[in-house]
Design a protein around this ligand. Structure first.
Ligand SMILES: N[C@@H](CCC(=O)N[C@@H](CS)C(=O)NCC(=O)O)C(=O)O
Length: 279
């Protein structure tokens, strides 16, 4: 039913980046095959072809090659394509134009318009979102995952020097680094991120004990899912479930993740997510 066979996908990523993890969770859940190009975070040679300098980048070939930037744009565009089959992917992507905006800190950044909105006609909308509220809810929590949940990761995984070292050990192990580069990255990166994470903690006005904010956020999510459904999407995850899972998953194997499992009630939902995502 889906035009799966006609979509050739290549994901440029850092494996441990939450935005990239979100995209993988989405592609895996939808059973879309893709190639991965792990990007070296120091030289970033692999994405030299692109003027957009962040990951994830998805190259999609549905007839002609196309570059999709930004995790939420990638997810919304591909989901729209899977549901609608009406428009070319190129046309769909054109509905998510980049716009320059200025952050609160006065920094100029590129943002993508409509990035949580699926470009569906009335009939398709009815099929995906039987009532309006579920569409609004999904958008709200996808945005929350990007604007809030993601910011809790670094302060938590680099909380202490020991945790910062463990986090970098994991990043280097999973990522693409040369031997010397990796050794350098591990120690220099751990020290740097320990201090950077303190700055991030201030910027996002986190509490002194950053775990408190993580637990609160996670419990807020669990409460929003509620007890009457398996996922926010009902019997199957929606794009908000996939986003939250994708973000939290990057902490797997780290102290922050174990603490979260013990001190919040996320486990049953998290386990269900693991079960429905094949890879
Ligand atoms: N809004 C983007 C954020 C992507 C992002 O910040 N990626 C980081 C890696 S986790 C990156 O590539 N940073 C490099 C840079 O900012 O130069 C998305 O959702 O994909």
């Amino acid at each position: 039913q889906l035009p799966v066979g006609s979509l050739q996908l290549t994901l440029y990523q850092y494996k441990t980046c939450p935005f990239c993890s979100k995209v993988r969770a989405f592609l895996d859940y939808h059973g879309l095959p893709y190639e991965i190009v792990e990007v070296n975070p120091i030289m970033r040679k692999e994405i030299k072809f692109s003027s957009y300098r962040k990951v994830p980048i998805l190259l999609a070939n549905a007839g002609s090659p196309l570059q999709l930037n930004d995790s939420s744009v990638i997810i919304s565009a591909i989901k729209t394509y899977l549901v609608s089959r009406r428009n070319s992917l190129e046309e769909i992507v054109s509905f998510y134009p980049p716009v320059k905006t200025v952050t609160e800190q006065g920094k100029e950044v590129l943002e993508y318009e409509n990035k949580y909105w699926l470009m569906l006609d009335e009939k398709e909308t009815k099929r995906v979102y039987p009532v309006k509220e579920v569409r609004v809810e999904e958008m709200k929590w996808r945005k929350w995952a990007d604007d809030w949940l993601v910011h809790l990761i670094s302060p938590n995984v680099y909380r202490t020097p020991k945790e910062a070292l463990a986090s970098f050990d994991y990043i280097v192990r999973e990522g693409k680094f040369g031997t010397l580069e990796g050794l350098f990255a591990k120690y220099v990166g751990a020290v740097a991120m320990f201090f950077v994470s303190k700055r991030l903690k201030k910027r996002h006005q986190l509490r002194d004990d950053v775990r408190e904010d993580l637990y609160e956020a996670v419990n807020k999510w669990v409460k929003a899912v509620g007890t009457n459904r398996l996922f926010m999407g009902g019997n199957q995850p929606n794009l908000a479930d996939l986003a939250v899972y994708g973000v939290l998953r990057v902490m797997e194997g780290l102290e922050a993740f174990d603490d979260m499992m013990v001190h919040t009630n996320i486990q049953p939902w998290y386990q269900r997510m693991e079960e429905v995502i094949e890879k």
